[in-house]
Design a protein. Structure first.
Length: 380
């Protein structure tokens, strides 16, 4: 168990997840101090153990998603191994899995079977399209969910070149599903204090993406196409800047920064509804102003005027920002490939009890300690 107790230090989580959404969710619980036991299939374990970037034989992608957990390897198709997993499930506060619907039930580890032996269990199943819909058995990875949910084509409407949807490599559906899972599970644990009963949570990545598109899914229910303010990258002489004059006060500041006080009284821009109708014209004016200045000049002027603005930066540039150390977001790690960082949660507790509890576990390294802690005469 972690040396520094966190707010969920008494919670046991049995983790049957792979890939990204489930492991990210259980990593959040590990950061909160929970004892997360990751069940992996032999011989190779979670697919992400081989996911790049790999240095010195270790995947740093895997470490980011699995820091602070313990690992046991179990071939759940073998009855003795499945029985061992069932014994762990009877001692778990939370069971979380992201297999295709029906897989866990066939192994004797579905919600009904686990609940029978552990009525207080909170059981969360993450899937693409829910557990009992007509689409439930479809393979569903984040890029497919982005496409099918309407997200990719909604995003295409905001692009200058609408020839085809943007390429996908950052998996929003997985990351958001992890956060929703963590939220729902904690709510169910809180309710259990009052009722003594557990809960089954059915979380679908498709639904996650619908919840993300607040404007787009409401607009889709109307016959008209409401105006939408699209924030475009503004080209400077040496890069790009992002400018977001969202409030009326910021818009007035923008007119000062541009040296165009007349725009504050221009009927096209004077009010927020008018600006939405003429947003492209406003962006064109701003773009002409930025095009003859450096990014630093633009940012200095805009920020001094109280306008929200930022540079476009690469991940490599961000890693050198002093903010990361000031914020305490970095957690130092090392492996055979050398020293590196993973990231702490994007929030802090005043007592500093929430943080990455790395390193990630070696494959199957913790069966003896898990057996002793969970099955060796502790709580039943």
């Amino acid at each position: 168990m972690p040396a520094t107790p966190g707010p969920l230090g008494s919670v046991r989580i049995l983790d049957f997840t792979t890939m990204m959404s489930g492991p990210m969710a259980t990593r959040l619980f590990a950061d909160l101090g929970a004892d997360v036991v990751k069940v992996e299939r032999p011989p190779g374990g979670d697919h992400n153990r081989g996911r790049t970037p790999v240095y010195g034989g270790s995947s740093r992608f895997f470490t980011q998603l699995n820091a602070g957990k313990r690992s046991v390897t179990l071939d759940l198709a073998m009855p003795p191994e499945a029985e061992f997993a069932q014994s762990l499930a009877r001692r778990a506060d939370v069971v979380i899995e992201n297999n295709r619907p029906g897989v866990m039930a066939k192994l004797g580890l579905g919600y009904a079977a686990v609940h029978e032996g552990n009525p207080g269990v909170v059981y969360c199943s993450i899937s693409g399209y829910g557990q009992d819909t007509s689409a439930a058995t479809r393979a569903a990875y984040a890029p497919n969910i982005h496409a099918a949910s309407g997200y990719d084509l909604a995003n295409l409407r905001y692009q200058d070149d609408p020839a085809k949807p943007a390429n996908t490599a950052i998996f929003l559906a997985d990351a958001l599903a992890a956060i929703y899972a963590c939220t729902a599970i904690q709510a169910a644990l809180l309710a259990r204090h009052s009722t003594g009963e557990g809960q089954f949570i059915d979380l679908a990545l498709f639904d996650v993406m619908l919840n993300l598109m607040v404007f787009e899914m409401q607009a889709a229910q109307t016959s008209a196409r409401p105006p939408r303010s699209v924030y475009v990258p503004l080209a400077t002489t040496d890069g790009f800047v992002s400018v977001a004059p969202v409030s009326q006060l910021m818009f007035v500041g923008l007119t000062r920064a541009l040296g165009r006080p007349d725009l504050a009284e221009d009927e096209r821009f004077r009010t927020a509804p008018a600006r939405e109708l003429h947003w492209t014209e406003l962006m064109d004016i701003l773009g002409e102003w930025a095009a003859v200045r450096t990014s630093a000049e633009c940012l200095g002027t805009l920020l001094a005027a109280g306008v929200a603005a930022a540079p476009f930066r690469t991940p490599e540039e961000v890693m050198t920002d002093p903010y990361l150390a000031e914020r305490g977001i970095l957690s130092a790690q090392s492996d055979a490939g050398g020293a590196y960082y993973i990231f702490n949660p994007p929030y802090t507790f005043a007592d500093r009890s929430v943080h990455a509890r790395g390193p990630a576990p070696a494959l199957g390294a913790d069966r003896d300690s898990v057996t002793a802690d969970w099955l060796g005469g502790g709580r039943g």
